[in-house]
Design a protein around this ligand. Structure first.
Ligand code: FAD
Length: 333
């Protein structure tokens, strides 16, 4: 097998993986390998993110925000880790800004913020920009620029299209990983003094907007290597099929309705906000409807949408829906 050695192996190249590679460099680690089963950075869900981000600015109380987030998650999230993320977030904002990322500011008021859905008091900065790119694309662009500079200096090596399939262990520690090249099928071995798993979560908006690579691999890799996992039943779930981009939280839901098999609208019976409820509530409502034998199937009825809203741009922005159902004609779709 083709064999590579490095000090640090980073698996995944979204925000988390790229940031890990750069932070390791800051901490003096010189030989970092970044692998991704797709392109480096470009196909991550990070690049597709809208980019509204929770940063705890100095005027906010990280303890209060950590309580709010922990409570909103039924006490299941690690409050200490959430607090740590919040306390260090302002520092990350400053670093990103030093790389040219600009978050929108209002005259006299400073950063433009918006409420974070379901988290009373927690504010997000609105979509960032850089060199004409916006949102996640702007942030990934800035991170990639830094990573490429480290690559030129010989500190970072990049391995696109290598899917890691298992972690290697030696003396009870993770000592590398095995992968396969997605194009050639050749197996590769990475020996590493340390491994960072940054291969993301499972299925959040998976299956469209180029994020079908987000399939929970990190959990499987960790589990097979002996890690105990918890809260697995609370991974994101989707109400959409893999080739159908709208799942209730997007722009489409403002005028569209979920229908059961009769077909009748049902969301108002479960949530006052009806069809614009959070995905988790839509899933629960569908499960209850299924118990009453009112589904499946469930439908997403867009017939009340005025045609002028259904533009090619809008359909393309939500992924492969128009391509997969209409052969390229959004009007027909
Ligand atoms: C459409 C959309 C909009 C969003 N909007 C927002 C927003 O406005 N604000 C916000 O805070 N969050 C938003 N998010 C969520 C946010 O993008 C993610 O939480 C974040 O990008 C996760 O970063 P990450 O580095 O952990 O994972 P990712 O960016 O998903 O990167 C993981 C990488 O790991 C690679 N990988 C996976 N398995 C393997 C393997 N076995 N071997 C090798 N590589 C592997 C993948 O190819 C991928 O490139 C949005 C997400 C989407 C999809």
């Amino acid at each position: 097998m083709e064999e590579h050695s490095c000090d640090l192996l980073v698996i995944g190249s979204g925000f988390a993986g790229l940031w890990a590679a750069l932070s390791a460099g800051e901490a003096g680690v010189r030989d970092v390998a970044v692998v991704d089963k797709r392109s480096i950075g470009l196909t991550s869900q990070s690049r597709m993110a809208a980019g509204a981000t929770v940063y705890c600015l100095p005027r906010y109380d990280p303890g209060l925000w950590a309580d709010t987030i922990a409570n909103a998650n039924g006490g299941l999230s690690r409050r200490d880790m959430v607090r740590d993320m919040l306390e260090t977030s302002h520092g990350r904002l400053e670093v990103l800004e030093s790389w040219g990322i600009e978050y929108r500011r209002l005259p006299l008021l400073g950063y433009q913020t918006m409420p974070s859905r379901g988290l009373e008091g927690v504010r997000m900065l609105v979509v960032p920009g850089r060199d004409g790119a916006v949102g996640g694309a702007a942030v990934v662009g800035a991170l990639m620029e830094q990573v490429r500079e480290r690559k030129r200096g010989g500190d970072v090596r990049l391995y696109p299209r290598v899917m890691i399939t298992s972690l290697l262990r030696r003396d009870g520690r993770v000592a590398g990983a095995v992968g396969v090249h997605a194009r050639t099928g050749e197996p590769l071995v990475f020996k590493a003094r340390a491994v960072v798993l940054a291969a993301a979560d499972c299925s959040f908006r998976g299956g469209y907007a180029c994020v079908d690579a987000v399939t929970g691999d990190a959990f499987r890799l960790a589990y097979d290597a002996g890690v105990r996992l918890c809260n697995m039943e609370f991974l994101f779930s989707n109400t959409g099929s893999p080739c159908y981009g709208f799942e209730g939280t997007g722009v489409a839901a403002r005028r569209a309705r979920f229908l059961d098999r009769r077909p009748e609208s049902f969301m108002k019976r479960y949530r006052p906000e009806g069809d614009t409820a959070e995905v988790c509530h839509i899933v629960q409502a569908m499960a209850k409807e299924a118990r009453e034998r009112n589904g499946p199937p469930f439908y997403f009825d867009m017939s009340r949408w005025p045609g002028r809203y259904i533009t090619r741009r809008m359909l393309m922005s939500v992924g492969n829906w128009c391509r997969s159902t209409s052969g390229g004609s959004p009007r027909k779709a």
